[in-house]
Design a protein. Structure first.
Length: 197
């Protein structure tokens, strides 16, 4: 049988635990809201970066005010469509510095391969490609689920690994990889929050 003092301590402990859980939920909600805001900001930045490049490639030759207004509306619609297509492009989650692998996006297709930072891409699908054309060659036909074969040279490779080897990577939609990255960041934030509680 519990004494009144023990019962009071137990109730106080339960109230503290409830309060901690409530605080944790509020922190998680704040992190989720912050993540959504950053995602919105990123989308706006992408759109802002895409629209000027698209606009540079289009010219207007309308002479009357009505024609210019209609052409402007058409151009804005076309630019929005182009921006949407840009956000749906394929990726393998690989960041390059020249021909060298600079970074691998966590959760991306390239991350789950033998690729490492510092590897040098020598061939793409068996063909030599100039550094400036590498991103386009890696994206290829821009079809999610299609594959790209990267022939990679690793400097200072260990004795058990060949100096040059092929890596097959499956392309995914950029949006899918961005969603995975956001989930990873959210779980990391939650893990950090729980770890500090």
């Amino acid at each position: 049988m519990q004494t009144a003092k023990e019962e009071l301590e137990w109730e106080q402990q339960r109230d503290r635990e409830k309060e901690e859980k409530t605080q944790d939920k509020l922190k998680i909600e704040a992190l989720q809201q912050d993540l959504r805001a950053k995602d919105d900001e990123l989308q706006k930045t992408r759109l802002a970066m895409t629209l000027p490049r698209v606009a540079e490639t289009r010219s207007l030759s309308a002479s009357s005010t009505d024609q210019k207004r209609q052409a402007g509306e058409t151009r804005m619609n076309e630019e929005a469509e182009d921006a949407e297509q840009f956000s749906n492009r394929c990726t393998i989650g690989l960041m390059l510095s020249g021909a060298q692998v600079d970074n691998l996006v966590v959760g991306g297709p390239a991350y789950n391969t033998a690729l490492q930072r510092g590897d040098e891409i020598v061939l793409i699908d068996g063909m030599r490609v100039g550094v400036e054309d590498m991103p386009a060659a890696i994206i290829g036909a821009d079809l999610p689920g299609s594959t790209v074969v990267l022939t990679v040279k690793r400097l200072g490779a260990a004795a058990h690994l060949p100096q040059q080897f092929d890596v097959v990577v499956i392309r995914v939609e950029s949006r899918e990889l961005a969603d995975k990255r956001r989930l990873f960041e959210l779980f990391t934030a939650i893990e950090n929050l729980i770890g500090t509680s």
